[in-house]
Structure formats: C-alpha cells, structure tokens
Write a protein that binds this ligand. Structure first.
Ligand SMILES: Nc1ncnc2c1ncn2[C@@H]1O[C@H](COP(=O)(O)OP(=O)(O)OP(=O)(O)O)[C@@H](O)[C@H]1O
Length: 592
C-alpha cells in the first residue's frame, strides 16, 4: 500500500552554509512581493517589541496604586494602546506573510509540475510516481507552514528571549542569576527524556506501520487468504503485531509520565524558590512590589518563548530539507520539447537501423539487439513474439521515449534526432494496452487527441471508432463522466474511446498495442472494424497478440529475445513449418 507522506515524517536536516544558501533561492520566487515581506518583517519586529513592553508597563500600572486616580487611568490607557497596537501589527504581519507565501508557493508548485510533466520516461521508470507525488505535496506544505508561521514565530520568540532576559537583568540581577541557574537542569533533563521518548515513539510508529502492512496485504489479497483458509494464521500474525505496539506504547507512556511529573515538580519548585528569594529581597528593600510583578511576567514570557523555540527550529530544519528536495526536482533536466505551430511534416516512412537498446534502469539487460526494418509510407507492420520479447519497447522507441544505445531510427530517411520531440509526437498516436481514461467526460477524453477540436469533429471521430452508439445510450451521452466517479466503461468501450482519440489526432504514424485480455466476439468485431478504419492510409505498427488480426499486414516481424528471427507476410511465414510464427499460429488455433 502506498503510504501517504505526512509533514511529520519529513526528515530534519542539519543547518549548514550550503543548504541555507540553497534555501535562500526561495526568495527569488518572492519577486515583486518583496516589499510585503519587508513590511511584514517590520510589523513582526513591532509585535516582539510591544510584547516586551507589556510586563514593564504592567509593573508600572501596579505601582500607580500608590498615586492618584488620574495616574492609574493614564497607565491603563497606555496599556490599552499597547495591546491594541500589538493586535493591529499581528493582523498585518499574518496577512502579509500569508500573501507572500502563497504567491511564492504558487510559482513553485507550477515550476515543479512543469518540470515533472516534461521529464523523460526514464525519470519515471526509476521512481514510483505515487511516492513522488505525495513527497512533493508534503514538502510544499512544509514550506508553506514554515513561511506563514514558523519563521515569524521563531523570530518573535528570539526577540522576546533576548529582550526579556535583558529586561530581567535590569529588573533584578540577583533574581535573574538565580532563575538562569535553574535553566541548565531543565535543559539536561529535557534533552535526555526527549531523546528516549522520541526513540520509543519511532519504534511505535514502525510497529504500527508493520501492522498496517499486515492489514493491507491480507485485505488486498483476501481471496488468497480465504482460498488457503488462512484466516486464523492472519489473525495470529496481526495479534503479535498489535501486542508489540501495545508493549512499546505503554513503555512510552511510563517515560512520558515520569517526564511530565518531573517537569511539574521542577517548575513549581523553581517558582517557589524564586518567589521565596524575591520576598526575601523585598523584605530587605532590594525589590519593590511592581518590580516583582514585572519580573514574574518577564519570566513567564521568556519561559514560554524558550519552550517554543525547539519546535520552531525543528520546523525550519524540516523546511530547509523540503526546499532542497523541491529545488533538486526543479533542477532536473527535462526533455527538450519545442512546440512549433506548424510541425516539420513527416510522410510516414520509418526505419530502424541496427538498433540496440537497454533500459537505463537495467543497463545490463539488452532488450533489443541489432534491430533493422523498414516500414514504407502507409504500410502496416505487425510485431509478434512471446511475452517479454521487446515488442512494447519498440513502440516506446518509435515515440522516442528512450534513446537507443547504438544504431538509429530514421523518419523519411532522416535521423529521428533531427526532428523535435513535439514535431515527432504530434504526428504519431498510440492506442496502448492499458488505456488510461481521465476522470472527465467522454467528450473530454476523446478531445485529448486534439484539445481544440470542435463538437462535430469529436462526434465524427466517435462514429469512426464505433463508439458513438454506446455513448448515446448513456443518459448524459457525451457528457457522461468516466472513471472513478462516473461510469466504468467495459474493456471494448474503453478501447473504442481510445481509438476515437487517435482518429481525432489524425496521425501519420499509428501504434496499436493490442490488449492481451480478450473481448467477446461482438465487441472484438466492433474494435477491429474501428482499428481497420483508423489504419487506412497511415503507417501502422501493430503489436499483435491475436494473430488473426494481422493477416493483411504488409510485413510481420517475429521477435524473440530482442531479435527479429523471422520476417515476411502471413503467407510467407506460414510456409516455414519449423518457424516460430508457424508455431504461434498453431498454438493459438489449438487454444481456440
Ligand atoms: N521500464 C522498463 N525498465 C526496465 N526494463 C523493462 C522496462 N519495460 C520493459 N522492460 C523489460 O524489457 C523486456 C521487454 O519488455 P517489453 O515490454 O518490450 O516486452 P513485450 O514483448 O512487449 O511483452 P508483452 O507481450 O508481455 O507485453 C522485458 O524483459 C521487460 O522486463
């Protein structure tokens, strides 16, 4: 089961000059919104400063108890002004930061997607797409959180910690020293317990993942579980996994309980110690009542901010890692797709000359060895052979999804590399084995072959593909939603939608990768008829599994282990009684 990445799963990176420099590249995306960030930062500074003034003015307010009523009111009003100002600064700070971040992120999202869509096939064959997708989503939302709140909170808390400690010393040096002396104890215990608890919670997470795997695997393969009457075995397997989770989680609970009671003891201990010492200082006239209040408020502010710093720091570390990964992706080398409004025309002659190919992910396995053939304009070339012989690979190379290691492909006797990928692919169409219909309407799915097509053209294409009738039988007709949230089409219907798509594209070169799963004879006839019409007047490559469909091909290439071992027309090949084609035909006849 593909596990969806969450922000909390993202790794933290150690901050260094290099990754900080890389992250600064984010600012290049801020562009015209720079002034918003600057004003936001100024407001942030003001929010920190007004927060710092608060304890001092509260102390002053209490001191006015000894003065007249006017003085008390004046101080009250000053405080009212202060927190009103703080609220206003906060509002604009948040609004500006969100505005800058969202502008920046929409540009990053667009760049990431643009790069992904333009990456060569090789990139996708070496990565799991679902993993890539969820990773990018998690990385981008980490950057979003950090930019909207993380950085601002970190800076605000830093201002309060530094400013607050300075103010504490101004209020009472002796009390400040005593308070600071207690911090190392907290810090050491927190680090020690923190590490231990983190280790346990990681172990719990791993065990939970293990148990989820059991659930996922057994439910996905429930037919197997039942067929082997292995319900009891699976229940036992799950019981062990769940017990493991319980044991570690309970141990974690003990550690957390001990930690929180220790912290409570220390916090109250420290408060009592400080107040006890403060009262002693007051007793000997070294501290006034208002100074004590100011001191306590500063202590609370500084304590809360110190407590929040590690969380914000960790968030920034994660965001820096996320930024690095997003930029690494944006910096990948995409395919060069140059769009010409009028593509360099191709006429349809296509040949392979001594072509050799291995997939980049498995360079040691030569999938195609020394392949040569020539398809004349308008000819149908069928490619047959056992599973894994390399038939679909030839189709991928015609579309230039990959580059051969040796030899070349020629179009109209010109090396394929002299055409741009857009020129080439815009004049080719493929009806693949696994037909992917997007989750839109049938009309949109057909129009994928030519997005600017008119309604008439779409209708015409559907008719040619023998799809019009079944489409009209749905209540919503061409507006019927297909895919997960709509009508599920049958295999034959999907194929005819895919054929309509190809008809609309009106390609010079056509590739048909025949579906292996057989259709019922009625449906097969409709599909075959649609394909025959589609192939007329185009150079067509048919990867055929049902040999009956290729009898009329001008050329049949018989492929085995990446080599063409026989070639000729159906009649030629049938004559070779010991040949592979002859054998394949016989085998299929026996099966039928
Ligand atoms: N993306 C890929 N990366 C690495 N190896 C691949 C990839 N796609 C296919 N192969 C390997 O290349 C060989 C040829 O595969 P190909 O799909 O071209 O065979 P095929 O003749 O079309 O088979 P089938 O009739 O089963 O579709 C196989 O050994 C296969 O494992």
């Amino acid at each position: 089961m593909a596990k969806r990445k969450k922000e909390s799963d993202l790794p933290k990176v150690k901050l260094n000059k290099e990754n900080l420099k890389k992250s600064l590249r984010l600012f290049s995306y801020i562009g015209p919104h720079k002034w918003k960030l600057i004003i936001g930062m100024i407001f942030l500074g003001f929010t920190g400063l007004t927060a710092l003034l608060f304890p001092k003015l509260m102390g002053d307010l209490i001191e006015t108890a000894d003065f007249n009523a006017d003085e008390i009111n004046r101080m009250g009003l000053i405080l009212l002004g202060l927190f009103t100002a703080q609220a206003v600064f906060s509002f604009f700070r948040v609004v500006l930061f969100v505005n800058v971040t969202e502008n920046m992120l929409s540009a990053i999202r667009q760049d990431t997607y643009n790069t992904l869509v333009k990456m060569p096939m090789q990139f996708f064959s070496s990565r799991r797409v679902s993993e890539l997708n969820s990773r990018v989503a998690a990385d981008i939302s980490q950057i979003q959180d950090t930019f909207t709140t993380g950085i601002a909170e970190f800076l605000r808390q830093m201002i309060i910690v530094i400013g607050g400690i300075t103010a504490l010393f101004f209020t009472s040096v002796k009390l400040s020293l005593l308070m600071l002396a207690t911090i190392p104890i907290f810090a050491i215990v927190a680090v020690f317990f923190g590490k231990f608890i983190k280790k346990l919670s990681k172990e719990t997470q791993d065990k939970v993942a293990d148990s989820n795997t059991i659930v996922g695997e057994s439910l996905q393969g429930i037919a197997n579980v039942k067929a082997f009457t292995n319900e009891a075995f699976e229940m036992l397997r799950y019981k062990f996994a769940v017990n493991d989770i319980k044991k570690i989680a309970i141990k974690g609970g003990l550690a957390r309980g001990a930690f929180s009671s220790f912290i409570i003891f220390c916090i109250f201990g420290a408060i009592v110690l400080l107040v006890w010492y403060a009262v002693k200082l007051q007793n000997v006239g070294e501290l006034t009542q208002s100074e004590l209040i100011t001191f306590i408020l500063y202590t609370i502010f500084v304590g809360a901010s110190i407590g929040g710093l590690p969380i914000q720091y960790a968030q920034i570390q994660k965001a820096i890692g996320a930024t690095e990964r997003v930029f690494d992706l944006i910096d990948e080398e995409p395919e060069v797709i140059i769009e010409n409004s009028t593509p360099q025309p191709i006429h349809g002659k296509l040949s392979f000359k001594n072509l050799k190919f291995a997939y980049p992910t498995r360079p040691e396995l030569t999938v195609l060895k020394n392949i040569s053939f020539e398809a004349k304009e308008g000819e149908t070339v069928a490619i047959v052979g056992p599973s894994g012989a390399g038939k679909s690979t030839i189709a991928s190379l015609i579309l230039r999804f990959y580059e051969p290691q040796d030899g070349q492909m020629l179009l109209d006797d010109v090396p394929a590399s002299e055409f741009t990928l857009h020129d080439l692919r815009s004049q080719m169409a493929i009806v693949p084995q696994d037909i992917l219909l997007f989750g839109g309407t049938i009309k949109e799915n057909i129009a994928y072959g030519k997005p600017e097509a008119s309604n008439e053209e779409i209708l015409e294409a559907a008719k040619k593909a023998n799809a019009h009738e079944f489409i009209m039988s749905f209540p919503e007709q061409y507006e019927t939603i297909v895919g997960e949230r709509g009508v599920q089409l049958s295999g034959g219907q999907r194929q005819r939608v895919a054929i309509a798509r190809a008809v609309l594209k009106n390609p010079v070169i056509l590739i048909l990768d025949e579906a292996t799963s057989s259709l019922d004879s009625e449906s097969e006839k409709l599909v075959q008829d649609a394909l025959d019409k589609l192939m007329q007047g185009r150079t067509s490559f048919v990867i055929a599994h049902r040999l009956s469909t290729i009898k009329n091909a001008e050329q049949i290439l018989v492929l085995e282990d990446g080599e063409i071992i026989e070639r000729g027309t159906h009649a030629d090949l049938l004559e070779k009684e010991n040949g592979l084609y002859h054998k394949l035909i016989q085998l299929q006849m026996e099966l039928n």
